[in-house]
Design a protein around this ligand. Structure first.
Ligand code: DCP
Length: 259
């Protein structure tokens, strides 16, 4: 009986975990994904947001000379290195970004969500899919990642994701859509130091990648389930910070999408 009780408890827990939906927020640089995520987080107890690990990419710890008596620790800013020397660092950056994202996407949902009576949702800021089908692809098309690096990246990405299979698959994507010019203005206002050299043309190429994947569905996707994932397109050209009416409308849209 002890074993059967244990099995019963395990099965119940797995059932509760599989009830939790997994959704990612996508959209151009500085479109407002974090602000939108905060809005969702404060709106409903059944929704849990996993933030993007940007600070990890700005602080990569390494040991430059490893003698036990005299360990020399250095901290590199890989985000800055990628923007300053894109040919040298894009592949490294994309590999690291995808690894940290994978860790985030594999985190189990908090227990609060498991006992939810409504529709529990784990929301991710970006995903292992936008890493590949927006950023890495764009870097390859712009010539910052060469064809050998691109082949190695895709092989690694496919292999890793296939190992985790259902544990990282998404049930939905929220696409925050705004003109690249609007994102450029917001990027300037935000003033993240590493991004100060970013040009409008670069945001335009990223915008096209989002449109190809999420609107025209013309991006060649390796993963079958991803071709069927429902996409909610949200007009993010309006400022919603501090605007109760716009916020209310957005939340209703999201709630309907989740249900
Ligand atoms: N980045 C990248 N390649 C990736 C992921 C991110 O080059 N695979 C870069 C682009 C940005 C920074 O990392 O300089 C963070 O980008 P995001 O658009 O993901 O995050 P933001 O903070 O810009 O989003 P928002 O302002 O919408 O909250």
């Amino acid at each position: 009986t002890c074993l059967s009780t244990q099995l019963h408890t395990d099965a119940k827990k797995m059932d509760a975990v599989s009830r939790v939906k997994r959704v990612s927020i996508e959209g151009n640089i500085a479109v407002g994904k974090s602000t939108f995520a905060q809005l969702l987080q404060s709106a409903n107890q059944d929704w849990e947001i996993a933030q993007e690990p940007v600070s990890k990419w700005q602080n990569v710890e390494s040991a430059s000379s490893q003698t036990e008596a005299n360990p020399q620790q250095t901290v590199s800013n890989l985000l800055q290195m990628m923007y300053q020397d894109s040919h040298r660092w894009s592949y490294t950056f994309q590999t690291f970004s995808c690894m940290s994202r994978l860790r985030t996407q594999l985190q189990p949902p908090p227990t609060r969500l498991l006992s939810s009576e409504g529709t529990p949702v784990q929301v991710f800021e970006r995903s292992v899919y936008s890493d590949r089908y927006i950023f890495a692809l764009n870097m390859f098309e712009l010539g910052y990642i060469n064809s050998t690096e691109w082949a190695v990246y895709q092989d690694t990405h496919t292999f890793l994701l296939e190992q985790f299979d259902r544990r990282i698959q998404l049930e939905g994507v929220i696409y925050l859509r705004a003109p690249p010019k609007t994102c450029m203005d917001r990027l300037g206002k935000r003033g993240r130091a590493e991004e100060q050299g970013v040009q409008l043309e670069y945001l335009e190429t990223l915008h096209t990648q989002h449109e190809n994947w999420l609107v025209h569905k013309s991006t060649e996707l390796h993963f079958e389930h991803l071709k069927q994932v429902p996409v909610l397109i949200v007009d993010a050209s309006l400022e919603f910070e501090g605007n109760q009416e716009v916020q209310g409308r957005l939340l209703t849209q999201v709630q309907t999408f989740f249900d």
